[in-house]
Design a protein around this ligand. Structure first.
Ligand SMILES: C[S@@+](CC[C@H](N)C(=O)[O-])C[C@H]1O[C@@H](n2cnc3c(N)ncnc32)[C@H](O)[C@@H]1O
Length: 241
């Protein structure tokens, strides 16, 4: 990870510009032991959200969207939704824009104020972003997420599960995870509660590697979401009406 950048209010920011062009190749290399690639994990998270959210219409903010890899999966699984992505890495946002996913909008975020109006979104989604945010800034960022969510809006936060040894190994070999501070699910629940979110649910995911002999077991994953052994987990939380 390159030199540490700071926001106008002094929050430290990891510099993903350094990895933006090569992000998917580097990510694929660090995922090799799982038998899955970067696209598999991007789509798997969108599928989890799709399993909970109805596909009528709505608006979604992808916070820390990186190079916009999830946008095409949101377009596919939520064809009627508006999709917007923000990221603190300028270069990632440029790459995301160049991928030109139908109707997707990408804007740079300064790490202090999300560049969108209050109460604009039904859903905010943040995949593997919070472990790159300085823990001292978590509550501020959650305040911003609450600001842009409508009353009744839902926040989905996906994180690596530090209790899973395979996950820890993948993180330890991934160059852009050098600054990562993994969040235990109990910590995540507490910070969401402290920030005023309600109806907080935790679900564990990614229990089986993606090798052919395990694929038949993937259908069991929704039944295991209570088991803190999955490689990743999500937290879903609601802004009160
Ligand atoms: C591991 S990447 C994940 C990218 C994307 N969410 C995905 O799943 O493909 C983490 C991303 O978080 C971004 N990021 C880091 N700190 C951030 C912050 N404070 N606010 C928003 N994005 C941030 C980085 O620039 C990077 O693009």
């Amino acid at each position: 990870m390159g030199a540490q950048k700071r926001t106008a209010t002094g929050k430290t920011l990891g510099d993903f510009d350094e990895y933006a062009k090569d992000y998917r190749r580097v990510h694929n290399e660090s995922l090799a032991i799982t038998g899955a690639d970067s696209d598999f994990f991007s789509e798997q998270k969108v599928r989890v959200v799709r399993g909970i959210e109805a596909d009528k219409d709505g608006s979604l903010l992808d916070l820390g969207c990186g190079d916009g890899n999830s946008a095409r999966f949101f377009r596919q699984h939520f064809p009627y939704w508006k999709y917007a992505g923000v990221d603190t890495s300028d270069l990632s946002i440029e790459i995301a824009k160049a991928r030109a996913v139908d109707g997707a909008e990408f804007v740079h975020y300064d790490g202090d104020r999300i560049p969108h109006a209050d109460k604009l979104f039904d859903v905010v989604f943040a995949a593997c972003v919070f472990h790159h945010i300085d823990p001292s800034a978590h509550i501020d960022v959650l305040g911003e997420i609450r600001r842009v969510l409508q009353p009744g809006g839902r926040f989905y936060l996906f994180e690596h599960n530090p209790l899973n040894p395979l996950t820890r190994r993948a993180v330890s070999t991934c160059p852009f995870d050098e600054d990562a501070v993994l969040l235990r699910a109990g910590y995540t629940r507490k910070m969401l509660r402290t920030s005023g979110f309600q109806e907080i649910e935790i679900g564990y995911t990614v229990f089986f590697p993606n090798y052919r002999i395990f694929r038949g077991l993937h259908a069991l994953e929704p039944f295991l979401k209570w088991l803190p052994a999955g490689g990743q987990y999500y937290a879903r939380a609601v802004v009160s009406e």
